[in-house]
Design a protein around this ligand. Structure first.
Ligand code: HEM
Length: 381
């Protein structure tokens, strides 16, 4: 994790021009790299819009889903109405009882892991932990996680047939929404099926678009974070023990992991009108990206950004985004990751990495280490 080049492939371009133009399936997209510029652009939704179904993610997702994801693919005031509607569900992780349930789940899973000679963390620990924790957030029976785990580490891109995966996800959600309409209840699907926005019930497409985002948004990001944190503590046992003694330090450590890992490297916006970004003319309807990972390594904001400082006190990172679309799932992610630190410190004596395969993303000349496709470990009891 300390390897600078591995960490910050954007540094040269960020210092030179602040923009990296990268090719995405034949589309040249300028990525905004500097911290301040990323935050400014995230604020300027009248210029850099999210009202662009399928085109906020890069690469775009026309081929893998049939509906606009909400609230992420909308601008205010529509965005605000949908965000306000679902916000209460995402606040549950702030409640101590909820945190206790996630802690119990994480501790139980670590206890099981100790009994194994070898454990592949990505698929056999992080994926089940993320899926089981999501059942708590959505208020559905925990067994439902077994179905979700079958979808793999990414609901669209895990395996060869992304289109079939996307259709499968939609069929599943439609089925759950149909059942909720008939049976009622108090889970997330029942809530969506009864919800009203701006005086009108949600359409079937809007319900599907919200649920689609909930399954897609917090999956690979959380899985990546769990695997990277575990790998880090394999080499930093003493630091783990120190951190775990103090709740404040646990919270600071998770923020620093978020800054360093930045599991969502960047995300797109669409230019409403023709404009310019430095030397780059931006035609109307062209895309730019907000590069959270580069912003989080900006040396004009973060002291020695290339070093992992788990007690970093001033840490205004943008791993969870910035502005009106900032991540609604952040409390859930933080709760899982904090509970993992506690469980690793109290339940284990160490972590031994047996083998690893790193996962990279490529942006023009920049190659970025994000997470692992596989991480085999032994957890020492
Ligand atoms: C470490 C884990 C996570 C990271 C790094 C992350 C990152 C982000 C980022 C950067 C955005 C802003 C997108 C934009 O500006 O267009 C975002 C939005 C969002 N995230 Fe997350 N996320 C994580 C976990 C989750 C989880 C667990 C969930 C749900 C269970 C979730 C649900 C959402 C939703 C609904 C939005 C859209 C908010 C809006 O448009 O107002 N995320 N996330």
């Amino acid at each position: 994790m300390e390897d600078v080049q591995e960490q910050d492939p954007f540094r040269a371009e960020r210092q030179k021009s602040g923009v990296l133009v990268a090719d995405f399936s034949g589309e040249a997209i300028p990525m905004i790299l500097g911290y301040r510029a990323v935050r400014e652009a995230a604020k300027a939704w009248q210029t850099y819009s999210s009202d662009a179904p399928f085109r906020v993610p890069i690469p775009s997702e026309e081929g893998v889903r049939s509906v606009r994801q909400l609230p992420i693919e909308a601008d205010p005031p529509l965005h605000t109405a949908f965000r306000d509607l679902i916000k209460p569900f995402f606040a549950a992780p702030q409640h101590p009882d909820y945190q206790g349930r996630i802690q119990a789940l994480t501790t139980e899973m670590i206890a099981q892991a100790k009994a194994m000679d070898r454990l592949e963390i990505v698929r056999d620990f992080a994926l089940p932990l993320q899926s089981r924790a999501l059942t708590y957030l959505l208020g559905v029976p925990e067994e439902e996680a077994l179905t979700w785990m079958g979808w793999g580490t990414h609901v669209f891109h895990d395996g060869d047939d992304s289109h079939a995966k996307g259709s499968g996800l939609e069929a599943y959600i439609r089925g759950r929404l149909d059942r909720a309409r008939k049976d009622g209840g108090d889970d997330f699907f029942a809530f969506l099926s009864q919800a009203v926005v701006n005086g009108a019930p949600l359409t079937a497409e809007e319900q599907l678009g919200i649920a689609n985002l909930v399954f897609a948004g917090g999956r690979d990001t959380v899985i990546t974070s769990i695997a990277r944190m575990l790998a880090y503590f394999a080499d930093h046992r003493a630091e783990l023990a120190e951190i775990a003694e103090d709740e404040k330090r646990i919270a600071l450590a998770v923020e620093e992991f978020m800054r360093v890992i930045s599991p969502l490297t960047h995300i797109g916006r669409v230019c409403r009108h023709a404009t310019r970004l430095g030397d780059h003319p931006l035609p109307a309807d062209s895309r730019i990206s907000l590069c959270w990972a580069s912003a989080n390594a900006d040396e004009s904001v973060f002291d020695r950004p290339e070093t992992v400082q788990l007690n970093r006190q001033v840490n205004p990172h943008v791993a969870f985004g910035s502005g009106v679309h900032s991540c609604l799932g952040a409390p859930q992610a933080r709760t899982i990751l904090r509970s993992l630190i506690r469980a690793l410190a109290t339940e284990t004596r160490g972590i031994e990495i047996l083998s690893e395969t790193r996962q990279y993303e490529v942006y023009g000349t920049a190659r970025r280490w994000v997470g692992y496709t596989a991480l085999d470990v032994r957890i020492l009891a």
